[in-house]
Design a protein around this ligand. Sequence first.
Ligand SMILES: [Zn+2]
Length: 172
Amino acid sequence: MQSPAGGWLSISSERGDDWLAEQLENLWEDRFQDTPRVNNVEIYFARPWKTRLGVISLIGNGHQTSIRINSLLCDSQVPDEICIVTVAHELVHYAHGFGSPLPRKFAHPHQGNVVSRELVLRGLSRELQYYRDWIADNWYPFYYSQMGHRRGRGHLRDVHRQPHARSAACHT
Ligand SMILES: [Zn+2]
């Protein structure tokens, strides 16, 4: 998204772990009221992964859920929606019993597109479409602009592969 002046539109100048926790709270209150919070849930920016935007895991005998978000998403060039959909994606996993003590609703976390379907059901279709388009158009160029290019076969394989939303989505 570019501002009329031609620069990157920066909505969140202070996007840190506190901001992430706030987005989690907002989503839980606005979109996931029916999902009980049955343990302690922490969320924070972790590492600049290339092919994952977020990951949710259950730790400490189920007493704690850890949601880690790609640290590149704290950059102001990344629109808020990308972070918010990523957090919502992980919350859907929580609701489905992945990375949470809740009963598992499916055999696999991404079975039959269940995450996207649930995001639409919870009123996030506009944000989801924006997220998909942005990731498809921007993720790999943005990643390389931040992390630099690596020479070698891996790099060549990456630039010749058509990036799409799923390839940079979530691994549980
Ligand atoms: Zn996922």
